[in-house]
Design a protein around this ligand. Structure first.
Ligand code: ADP
Ligand code: MG
Length: 565
């Protein structure tokens, strides 16, 4: 009999703390079990276990490790199988408090690099959390034995040993195809691709699943392109959005925000059946919106805002309570700082005075009394001088016709290319609005945060904790980032918290520009994996997913304790 079971028999009915003795390594028939962390009581964060299945028991094909994207896809496919098996055993083990719970960090609609399940040439490692069973506050040895002798082996049997190579290969094929599209896009200077037949709308405002009975996407002829993809004879057709300025117009409720949202999420790859498998976007596309009330720390917003009443210079602008327009200006400048190459903007979430200032208003309020240079007067410079494209949803103002390269009109969920029509209208109804600024866009800032920005101390403890998708508690202060819309998975939030903790431990901000800090972090994630940035080291890093550098920066930028050199 396994040592573990003997030990559990002896522990039965003892005080919960006695469970600590089962921390360690145990050999099973088909796998090895590591109990990395044992919770202190039945109500605490569940215990962390790892199950390691060697390549001899479950072969890992070397093709699955053929590229980083392939590895992520294979891990994702295995992880979904484990997640489903865990869900099937949800009520199998009984216990008080959180005891008896079995948790696995199941992927959502996106396929992203995660830590819950990892594969390499030697083995598959599965990270699961379990509430060790209790009666009240006493150890329930029998349920614990059932957990380890029946339930965990059954989960592994129903997932790792059941999923066919063919199923993993399907995931690999999709990843190859998605990567091919992305490479084609780079070659052709396209910033977004939406395949015909894609399903863009979601089930609801709180669900990321496809809407049933949606109208499938169909590209206008003018913007339609064809891409050959591997593992499939038939080429893909769909709409390509070129670098430059693309305006999406159309009546209210005709699907403008829906297409922009899909493009926003296209920075991630999606799983088969999502409807957005072949909606692919420039990986450095950043959604920019108004966010009044946010903290801003020494951001150069002067391309957009100048001569504020009383005081403030705007080339290093700080506030604890930004307005709609200053927040959106800061969001643009920060996106550029972290290397955004495409900006995504929706009128629904923009500050009107940041976006437009029409001719009549220019007559009433003289230029020198208006601090704002609206986005319309900078959008061409962004494209021409900085090679930063914009996709903009704007149903409410035709002023943008004059700066757009392409105008797409949504009509009952169908896009039409109306670029020529818009040009004709411009000639028929000319507008005399003056461009506010003729000066160049100027240099993009690259700030250096002081190390002491990271105040993680609370009493004599270091504290960092995530609370949902959009909040991290750092020492005594909260960082909220409710409007960081391209952060999609709470495991990414946990990883950002781990990164902040890492920067704290290693003095990672010291004398380094923000861009360098992010570069260092990304390089480490590439070379040594996400868990290398955590204190879990070789042990259970179980519930982390990779954030983009734009979202890591978004969190740092919203710290109310931030100090910039
Ligand atoms: P707009 O931004 O143009 O006002 P939205 O994009 O918000 O419009 O879409 C309005 C509604 O139509 C939403 O409820 C959305 O889910 C739905 N919708 C969008 N695209 C489709 C589609 N292709 N098929 C079915 N419903 C859709
Ligand atoms: Mg809308």
């Amino acid at each position: 009999m396994n040592n573990l079971f003997r030990e559990l028999k002896q522990l039965d009915n003892k005080g919960y703390k006695a469970y600590k003795s089962i921390q360690g390594h145990f050999q099973f028939d088909d796998f090895e079990l590591y109990i990395d962390y044992v919770q202190g009581d039945p109500f605490a964060t569940p215990s962390k276990i790892r199950i390691v299945i060697s390549n001899e028991k479950r072969t890992i094909q070397s093709a699955w490790l053929g590229s980083p994207k392939r590895k992520v896809a294979a891990e994702d496919a295995f992880a979904r199988a484990v997640g489903n098996a865990v869900a099937g055993e949800r009520f199998a083990v009984k216990g008080s408090g959180k005891s008896g719970m079995i948790l696995f960090d199941m992927p959502g609609q996106e396929v992203m690099e995660r830590t819950a399940l990892q594969i390499n040439q030697e083995a598959i490692t599965v990270c699961i959390s379990v509430g060790l069973p209790a009666n009240g506050r006493r150890i329930n040895g029998r349920e614990a034995e059932k957990l380890f002798s029946e339930i965990i082996p059954s989960i592994i049997k129903k997932s790792i040993f059941k999923i066919k190579d063919e199923d993993i290969n399907h995931a690999i094929i999709l990843a190859d195809q998605q990567e091919t599209i992305r490479n084609e896009m780079t070659k052709n200077n396209w910033i977004a691709f939406v395949a015909n037949g894609s399903i863009l709308p979601r089930e609801s405002g709180i669900s990321n699943r496809p809407l049933r009975k949606a109208v499938p996407f169909q590209s206008p002829k003018e913007t339609e392109v064809t891409i050959s993809i591997p593992h499939q004879e038939e080429a893909l057709t769909g709409m390509a959005i070129k670098k430059g300025i693309t305006l999406i117009v159309g009546g209210g409720y005709h699907g403008k925000s829906t297409i922009l949202k899909a493009v926003e999420r296209g920075v991630y790859f999606h799983k088969k059946g999502d409807g957005r498998e072949f909606v692919i976007t420039d990986p450095d596309a950043v959604k920019v919106r108004a966010e009044d009330g946010r903290q801003i720390s020494s951001v150069n917003i002067s391309p957009f805002i100048n001569n504020l009443p009383h005081l403030q210079t705007t080339d290093s602008f700080s506030t604890e309570n930004a307005s709609g327009s200053t927040s959106q200006a800061a969001n643009v400048m920060e996106a550029l700082e972290t290397g955004a190459t495409t900006l995504l903007i929706d009128e629904d979430t923009s500050a009107t005075n940041f976006m437009i200032r029409d001719h009549r208003m220019q007559q009433l309020v003289k230029q020198d009394k208006e601090p704002i240079t609206p986005f319309i007067d900078r959008i061409r410079q962004l494209s021409n001088q900085l090679d930063v494209s914009t996709i903009l949803v704007m149903g409410g103002s035709g002023d943008y016709f004059s700066v757009a390269d392409t105008v797409i009109m949504m009509d009952e969920y169908f896009p039409h290319d109306v670029t020529d029509k818009a040009k004709t209208i411009m000639q028929e109804f000319p507008i005399e609005r003056e461009t506010k600024s003729k000066a160049d866009f100027g240099q993009i800032i690259n700030r250096t945060f002081q190390q002491q920005s990271l105040q993680l101390d609370k009493g004599n403890r270091t504290k960092i904790q995530t609370k949902g998708l959009h909040q991290i508690i750092l020492g005594r202060t909260d960082i909220s980032f409710n409007y960081t819309e391209q952060l999609v998975d709470i495991s990414q939030t946990r990883m950002i918290a781990e990164i902040i903790h890492h920067l704290h431990r290693t003095n990672g901000l010291q004398n380094k520009s923000l861009r360098d800090v992010l570069h260092t972090i990304e390089k480490q994630m590439d070379q040594a994996g996400l868990s290398s940035l955590t204190t879990f080291k070789e042990k259970h890093p179980g519930d982390l997913a990779r954030p983009r550098r734009h979202e890591i920066a978004a969190v740092l930028n919203r710290m109310r304790t931030a100090r910039v050199n």
